[in-house]
Design a protein around this ligand. Structure first.
Ligand SMILES: Cc1cc2nc3c(=O)[nH]c(=O)nc-3n(C[C@H](O)[C@H](O)[C@H](O)COP(=O)(O)O)c2cc1C
Length: 323
């Protein structure tokens, strides 16, 4: 018997997919059922936030669609039919990022159930974290999560290394901020009013101050509580892949989501920092600084934070296409 996914599978999978992170919460995805397979497609009608000079805007789209694909895999596994995934299955249709077909039915593994359960809770936390150190066990689980998806996560520890990464991030941020289009785009994607996309000002983090080790994207203007500076030595992680092809970037997206969900499940907060990825010279300096072969795809700040709120998403009905 040929197994196919049906509409109910699609809807459950899409409800999970849309919770994925995306650059400025731009949600560059669409989903459909075609011949019993679920497809993750690029929504080419959506405005794409500008990225740094020399990095293709596709990078951000591929990461976001990869993360959405990971959520779908979890949702389908928890429904009892894990998916077989093909990335960019049709060379003549580059907007199809992934195609998910039904694999052999089986009960979901406990790890799949646990990660699926935390999807609605995961969100970026751009506030200062508490100084409590992340345990060795949690660090190990985060790096394992990246490896399980074919990526790597290099944790940056030690004052000198953390400060060096902070300097690289500031240097990239200065380069990006010189571009009026980039600044206008951040303002355009910052939402003061309720909206189904973009970054709500409440999620934006406090106004930057000169002593900050890392540059925040200025989405909001939350006043900083007195004495509530950012942690002096955050746990930083650089997520990377063996290469920088479209396949690597979609892989990075899946790995990013697995790392973030693993962290959420362990009670950790995280924020993403992509300025050092978006400026090619800085990305190369970052690669050399962490002494890894391959391509850095994202920088993460990980720690313990006060609980925040998930940000809005477009409705499932707004992102599903008729077959
Ligand atoms: C490719 C990519 C790059 C991102 N870069 C940054 C960044 O530089 N700074 C930041 O605060 N968040 C960054 N984010 C996080 C998004 O802003 C965030 O995922 C989105 O606003 C949705 O919010 P949520 O993560 O709380 O669900 C990035 C996310 C992706 C997928």
């Amino acid at each position: 018997m040929i197994r196919t996914f049906v509409d109910a599978d699609l809807r459950t999978a899409v409800a999970a997919a849309v919770r994925a992170p995306s650059l400025h919460n731009s949600q560059p995805w669409r989903f459909r059922l075609r011949d019993g397979a679920i497809e993750v497609r690029v929504d080419s009608s959506r405005p794409v936030p500008s990225t740094g000079p020399g990095i293709a805007a596709d990078w951000a789209v591929n990461i976001a669609c990869g993360a959405a694909t990971f959520n779908m895999r979890l949702a389908l596994a928890v429904r009892g039919t894990p998916a077989r995934v093909r990335l960019r299955p049709y060379p003549e249709e580059p907007d199809v990022i992934a195609s998910l077909t039904p694999g052999t039915p089986r009960p979901a593994a406990p790890a799949e159930q646990i990660l699926f359960a935390v999807i609605p809770r995961r969100h970026s936390n751009r506030l200062p974290f508490w100084p409590d150190p992340v345990t060795g066990h949690s660090r190990w689980r985060l790096t394992e999560a990246a490896q399980a998806e074919g990526a790597w996560l290099e944790l940056v520890t030690g004052t000198a290394a953390v400060e060096a990464l902070g300097q690289l991030a500031h240097s990239a941020n200065r380069t990006l901020s010189r571009d009026p289009q980039y600044r206008a785009d951040i303002a355009r994607w910052t939402r003061q009013e309720q909206a189904p996309d973009g970054v709500p000002a409440f999620a934006g983090g406090p106004i930057a101050e000169p002593q900050d080790l890392l540059p925040q994207r200025p989405f909001g203007e939350l006043p900083r509580a007195p004495g509530r500076d950012f942690e002096p030595e955050p746990l930083l992680g650089v997520l990377g892949t063996p290469g920088d092809t479209v396949f690597d970037q979609i892989t990075a997206g899946q790995a990013l989501q697995r790392v973030l969900l693993t962290g959420t499940e362990a009670g950790l907060a995280a924020s993403m920092l992509s300025q050092p990825i978006e400026v090619p010279t800085v990305r190369e300096q970052l690669r050399q600084a962490i002494r890894r072969a391959g391509s850095p795809q994202m920088v993460l700040r990980i720690g313990f934070g006060q609980p925040g709120w998930p940000t809005p998403r477009r409705d499932v009905d707004d992102v599903i296409d008729a077959p």
